[in-house]
Design a protein around this ligand. Structure first.
Ligand code: SF4
Length: 171
């Protein structure tokens, strides 16, 4: 996906503007993933050092612990989860839907509070995926789709992109 020059221009203008990014906390190398790990990206680290980014982990905001069992959306889409007709189930079959919805709502509150301009979320996550998620079978199969937080933020007008698209846009 190409984000076009207008997106790049916004990023490069950030040194003298008040643009803020909301970023998945695991992309800032915080150990919040289900397996207790995070990811290091130099460009994201720079944004944080320059106080241009705020991090959130919707699953932690929703009350889940780290480490925790992997979870996937079953019986529908993220929108279906938000509408109460699909669920999020962990790898042992526990229903963790409410924690995912609570976390998405808290992430939305933070995005609104700080009036963020761009939301960069971790691809493939049942909360944060913005292009792909796992298919609900715990078989490692990815499908096109959104995570619950990504879906809710887009519904409210926020520009949500994956870390891959964000980092490519800086090249
Ligand atoms: Fe938290 Fe989202 Fe990262 Fe999962 S992908 S660990 S919910 S920030």
């Amino acid at each position: 996906m190409s984000l076009g020059n207008s997106f790049k221009d916004k990023i490069y203008r950030c040194e003298d503007c008040d643009m803020k990014y909301l970023i998945s906390a695991c992309l800032a190398n915080l150990p919040v993933r289900y397996d207790g790990k995070g990811y290091y990206f130099e460009k994201i680290s720079e944004l944080l050092q320059n106080q241009q980014a705020i991090t959130v982990c919707p699953e932690i905001l929703g009350g889940l612990a780290t480490p925790r069992l992997a979870a996937e959306i079953v019986n529908g889409t993220a929108q279906d989860v938000l509408n109460g007709i699909a669920q999020v189930i962990d790898s042992q079959g526990n229903d963790v839907t409410q924690a995912f919805i609570d976390g998405a709502q808290k992430a939305l509150e933070i995005a609104k509070k700080y009036q963020v301009s761009i939301v960069v979320l971790k691809e493939n996550s049942p909360s944060c995926g913005s292009n792909f998620i796992y298919d609900g079978t715990f078989s490692g199969t990815k499908i096109s789709g959104l995570g619950i937080t990504a879906s809710l933020l887009r519904q409210h007008g926020f520009q949500v992109i994956s870390e891959d698209d964000f980092l490519k846009s800086l090249d």
